[in-house]
Design a protein around this ligand. Structure first.
Ligand SMILES: Nc1ncnc2c1ncn2[C@@H]1O[C@H](COP(=O)(O)OP(=O)(O)O)[C@@H](O)[C@H]1O
Ligand SMILES: [Mg+2]
Length: 258
C-alpha cells in the first residue's frame, strides 16, 4: 500500500471528484461477499454504509481501497483507480482489527498520520507537529498525548484514530464502525467533525450496523446485503421494503422507516 507521489499525476481539484464503484464483485475462498455493486459518491457528503452483520460492509470499504482482490469491477476516483491514490485516503479499520497492545503513545499514533508527508527516516517538521497537535486538540485529546493508546477507553481510542486521520489531511475519510463501544460524548464529537469535513468538500464514508436516531446525520445511505439494496438520501433508501430486504424481519430498529 505504498503511497504514490502526488507530483506524479495530474491533481484533481478538491471537491469535484466523485467515487464510482463499477460492477464490483468480491469473493472470499468459497463465500461471495459482494455481488455486482454499482454506486457513486459525490464529494462533500457524509455517507453511511449500512447492513446486517456479514452484509459485506467492511469488505466493500477494503475492496474500494484495493486492500482485497476483486473478482470483477473497479473503483474510480476522479480519473484514476482509487487504489492508486491512497495518499488521498485516511482509513480507520474496525476496532477488532487493531492491535491495542501495540506499545505506542497517543502522540505516536497521530504522528503516524504524518509519515507520508515526512518519510520514515526524516524528522517530523514543525508543521507536522503543529498539525498533529491541532488534530488532537480538535478531538479533545491533546491532554492525553503521552498516554499509551492501550490505556484509553474505547471512545478515547476512536477519537485518537480520528485525530490521526485528520493529521493525514486526506480528501476521502473511511471509518469502519467508529461508534462501536464509544460513549455519547465521543459520538457527538465524531459526528461534529464528520459534518465539518463534509462541509469542507471531503468525502466521509462510515460503516455502521445500527445507529438508531443517529442515522439522520448521513446525507447518503448505502444499504447492503451482499448486493446493493439501495443508495441515496435517507427518504429514498429507508423504505419498509428495502429494510426487509436488508435486515429480514428485524426492521424495527431505525424507528422511522417510511
Ligand atoms: N477474511 C475472510 N475470509 C473469509 N470470509 C470472510 C473474510 N472476511 C469476511 N468474510 C465473510 O464475508 C462476508 C462479509 O464480511 P464483512 O465484509 O466483514 O461483513 P460486515 O462488515 O458487513 O459485517 C461474511 O460472510 C464474512 O463471514
Ligand atoms: Mg464489518
Amino acid at each position: 500500500m505504498a503511497p504514490r507521489s502526488r507530483r506524479s499525476r495530474p491533481s484533481t481539484p478538491q471537491g469535484t471528484a466523485q467515487i464510482t464503484v463499477d460492477h464490483l464483485t468480491v469473493n472470499y475462498r468459497d463465500t461471495q461477499a459482494l455481488r455486482n455493486i454499482n454506486l457513486t459518491v459525490r464529494p462533500g457528503r457524509l455517507v453511511g454504509i449500512f447492513g446486517p452483520n456479514g452484509a459485506g460492509k467492511s469488505t466493500l470499504m477494503k475492496a474500494m481501497l484495493g486492500l482485497l482482490p476483486v473478482v470483477t469491477g473497479r473503483v474510480v476516483y476522479g480519473d484514476d483507480l482509487l487504489s492508486h491514490q491512497l495518499d488521498r485516503v485516511a482509513y480507520v479499520p474496525q476496532r477488532s482489527q487493531i492491535d491495542w497492545t501495540f506499545p505506542a503513545t497517543v502522540w505516536d499514533v497521530v504522528m503516524m498520520g504524518r509519515v507520508k508527508q515526512t518519510g520514515w527516516l526524516n524528522r517530523f517538521s514543525v508543521t507536522s507537529r503543529q498539525i498533529a497537535k491541532d488534530a488532537l486538540d480538535r478531538v479533545g485529546m491533546l491532554e492525553y498525548k503521552d498516554r499509551p493508546i492501550g490505556a484509553l477507553s474505547g471512545g478515547q481510542q476512536q477519537r485518537v484514530f480520528l485525530a490521526r486521520a485528520l493529521a493525514q489531511e486526506a480528501e476521502i475519510f473511511c471509518f469502519d464502525e467508529p461508534f462501536v463501544g464509544v460513549d455519547q460524548k465521543t459520538e457527538a464529537v465524531i459526528f461534529q467533525i464528520f459534518h465539518e469535513l463534509a462541509k469542507a468538500g471531503k468525502t466521509v464514508l462510515v460503516v455502521n450496523h445500527d445507529l438508531g436516531e443517529s442515522i439522520t446525520n448521513f446525507d447518503q445511505i448505502i444499504l447492503l446485503n451482499k448486493e446493493l439494496i439501495a443508495t441515496g438520501p435517507r427518504e429514498w433508501v429507508l423504505t419498509r421494503d428495502n429494510m426487509t430486504r436488508a435486515y429480514g424481519g428485524h426492521i424495527g430498529f431505525f424507528g422511522h422507516v417510511a
